[in-house]
Design a protein around this ligand. Structure first.
Ligand SMILES: *[C@@H]1O[C@H](CO)[C@@H](O)[C@H](O)[C@H]1NC(C)=O
Ligand SMILES: *[C@@H]1O[C@H](CO)[C@@H](O)[C@H](O)[C@H]1NC(C)=O
Ligand SMILES: *[C@@H]1O[C@H](CO)[C@@H](O)[C@H](O)[C@H]1NC(C)=O
Length: 483
C-alpha cells in the first residue's frame, strides 16, 4: 500500500464515521435514499414558527436581550418571516443610561448591531408567564390588549422553535422584574395541550439558564415530537460570555456581559454554516463542546431531552431556516469545534450583576453621584445575598433542628431521570410563602430554590414554611436593627 492509498483509505474511514452526524434529513420518515436535503422550500415543510424570550431586565442582564435579538437576526436571515417570529423582551437596554452605544445592542465584541428590526411583540410587563403560554397555545383572545397580540397560529405541518434566555433555578425560569417565574409543570401542561391540539409537526426548544435541565428532567413525556437542549444540566450554573475583563472581553466601555456561553455557541454556529447540512444532533455536539468546562475555564453540560432518537437527524434548517450566503459553508466537525476556545473564559450568571456595579464604581469620577450610586448598589447586592443565605440557614434550623440535619435535605439532588419535585403545587406555595415573609429571592437567591423543592419531597408543608420563614426573617431584621 503506498502512502496515497493509505491516506485515502484513512479518509474514507474517517468520513464513514462522520457521515451520520454530518448529514441531516429534512423531515421524519424520509427514506435513506432521500437523505440529503432538497434545495427549495416547496417540500412538505409547513411554516416555521419561532418564539424568542428574554426573561430578565436591567443593564446588568444586557446579555439575555442581546442573545434574543441576535437569534431574531439569525432566523430572519434564515428566511423566517416577522409574522412567524414572536419576540418577548423587556426592551430597557438599548436606551439604558449605561448603554455606551445608544440605539445599538451587540452580542459580540466586534459589535454588529443586533437590535435593528427586532419586532417588539411583547415588551415591559407584557413579558410574563401568562402571555408566553397563551402565545404558544395560539390563544389570540387571551392576549387582547397585550403587546402586538401575535401568537403561534401553527398548523399540523408546521415546526416551532422556542428559545429562552435568562436566569433560572431548580424547576423554573425567571421573568423580568418581580413577575412570577415560569414553573416547569406549567410549561409541560402547555406543551401537552399544544400536542393534543395537533397544531405542530415537531418542536425544538433551546434554553439558556442555570439549572435549565431541571425544567425537563423526568418531565418531558416521549412521543410529543419535541427535542430540547439546555445550557446546563439540572443542577449547575450556566455562564455569561464576552464579559468585562474576560477572554475574549466585551469592549472596555461595557460594564456588562454581551452574551451567554451556550447561546453564543449555537448562534455563532447557526449564522456561519449551511443549516441544510447540519442536524440537530450535530449542533448539539458543537455547542456542547464549546460550552463544557475546559482546563481551568468553567462551563456547563449541554443536555438533550425529549424525542432525541426520532428527531436528532433532522436539519437545523427545518426549524431556523438557513442564510443563503452560507450555502458553501457546510458545517464540519473539524472546522467549527474551535480550538481557540481553549483561551476562552466565562462568568457565572449569578455574579454578573456584581461585576457591573463594581466596574461602574471604578469608572465613575471621584466624588460623583454615579460613584455613590454604584457603591450603594454593590453594597445592597452583597447585603441582599447575606440576608437570603442567612434566612435560609435559619429556615433550615427551624425546620430540621440542626444545620447538619438541614443540610441533608437542602443539599440533596435527585438522580437524572427524576423530576425535581413530586408536588409542584407545594413547591410553588413554598416559594410564595418564603417571599411573603422574607421578600423576593431575587436572581442570587434562585440558588436556594432547590432546597424548597427538597423540603416538599420530605413532607414539609407550606404552613410550616410560613412559621419558619417568619421566624428566620424577623430574627434577621431584628439583628440588623441592633447594629
Ligand atoms: C383562551 O384564553 C381565554 C382567556 O384566558 C380562555 O377563556 C379560553 O378558554 C382560552 N381558549 C383556549 C382554546 O384555550
Ligand atoms: C392582558 O391580558 C390579560 C390576561 O388575558 C388581561 O387580563 C389584561 O386586561 C390584558 N391587558 C390589557 C392592557 O388589556
Ligand atoms: C451536572 O453538573 C454537575 C456540575 O458540573 C456535575 O457535578 C454533575 O455530575 C452533572 N450531572 C449530570 C447528570 O450530568
Amino acid at each position: 500500500m503506498n502512502l496515497y492509498s493509505f491516506f485515502s483509505t484513512l479518509l474514507i474511514l474517517h468520513l464513514a464515521v462522520l457521515i451520520p452526524t454530518l448529514i441531516c434529513v429534512e423531515s421524519r420518515n424520509v427514506g435513506l435514499k432521500e437523505f440529503i436535503s432538497r434545495d427549495d422550500d416547496k417540500t412538505s415543510q409547513g411554516t416555521r414558527w419561532a418564539v424568542l424570550l428574554a426573561g430578565s431586565n436591567g443593564y446588568e442582564n444586557y446579555r439575555h436581550q442581546a442573545d434574543i435579538c441576535h437569534a431574531y437576526q439569525v432566523l430572519k436571515k434564515g428566511g423566517l418571516k416577522d409574522e412567524n417570529i414572536i419576540v418577548f423582551m423587556y426592551d430597557d437596554i438599548v436606551f439604558n443610561e449605561y448603554n455606551p452605544r445608544p440605539g445599538v445592542i451587540i452580542n459580540n465584541p466586534r459589535g454588529e448591531d443586533v437590535y435593528y428590526g427586532v419586532p417588539k411583540d411583547y415588551i415591559g410587563n407584557d413579558v410574563n408567564v401568562g402571555n408566553f403560554l397563551n402565545v404558544l397555545l395560539g390563544n389570540k383572545s387571551a392576549l387582547t390588549g397585550n403587546g402586538s397580540g401575535k401568537v403561534v397560529s401553527s398548523g399540523p405541518k408546521d415546526t416551532i422553535f422556542i428559545y429562552y434566555a435568562d436566569h433560572g433555578a431548580a424547576g423554573l425560569l425567571g421573568m423580568p422584574g418581580t413577575s412570577e417565574a415560569l414553573y416547569a409543570n406549567e410549561l409541560h401542561d402547555t406543551l401537552k395541550r399544544k400536542y393534543k391540539a395537533g397544531t405542530y409537526k415537531s418542536m425544538v426548544i433551546y434554553i439558556e439558564a442555570c439549572e435549565a435541565g431541571s425544567m425537563f428532567e423526568g418531565l418531558l413525556k416521549p412521543g410529543m415530537n419535541i427535542y430540547v437542549t439546555t445550557a446546563s444540566n439540572a443542577s449547575e450554573s450556566s455562564w455569561g460570555y464576552y464579559c468585562p475583563e474576560d477572554v475574549p472581553p466585551s469592549p472596555s466601555e461595557y460594564t456588562t456581559c454581551l452574551g451567554d456561553l451556550y447561546s453564543i455557541a449555537w448562534l455563532e454556529d447557526s449564522e456561519k454554516y449551511n443549516m441544510k447540512t447540519e442536524s440537530l444532533y450535530k449542533q448539539y455536539g458543537v455547542v456542547r463542546r464549546r460550552t463544557i468546562a475546559q482546563n481551568t475555564n468553567p462551563g456547563s453540560h449541554v443536555t438533550q431531552y425529549g424525542d432525541i432518537k426520532q428527531l436528532k437527524n433532522l436539519c437545523m434548517y427545518t426549524y431556523i431556516g438557513t442564510n443563503p450566503e452560507n450555502d458553501e459553508y457546510k458545517s464540519s466537525t473539524k472546522t467549527n469545534s474551535k480550538p481557540v476556545q481553549m483561551l476562552s473564559h466565562s462568568i457565572n450568571q449569578i455574579d454578573t450583576d456584581l461585576i457591573h456595579f463594581r466596574l461602574q464604581y471604578q469608572k465613575a469620577p471621584e466624588g460623583s453621584k454615579k460613584k455613590t450610586t454604584a457603591w450603594r448598589k454593590y453594597k445592597n447586592a452583597m447585603q441582599q445575598r447575606k440576608y437570603v443565605d442567612g434566612s435560609m440557614d435559619l429556615v433550615g434550623k427551624f425546620l430540621f433542628g440542626t444545620a447538619a440535619k438541614a443540610s441533608n435535605v437542602i443539599k440533596a439532588v435527585r438522580p437524572a431521570g427524576q423530576p425535581l419535585v413530586d408536588d409542584w403545587i407545594c413547591y410553588k406555595a413554598m416559594v410564595e410563602t418564603y417571599e411573603k415573609h422574607c421578600g423576593p429571592f431575587s436572581r442570587y437567591g434562585f440558588k436556594h430554590m432547590r432546597s424548597l423543592a427538597n423540603m416538599c419531597n420530605v413532607g414539609v408543608k407550606p404552613d410550616k414554611m410560613a412559621d419558619a420563614s417568619n421566624y428566620a426573617c424577623t430574627t434577621l431584621r431584628k439583628g440588623s436593627l441592633q447594629h
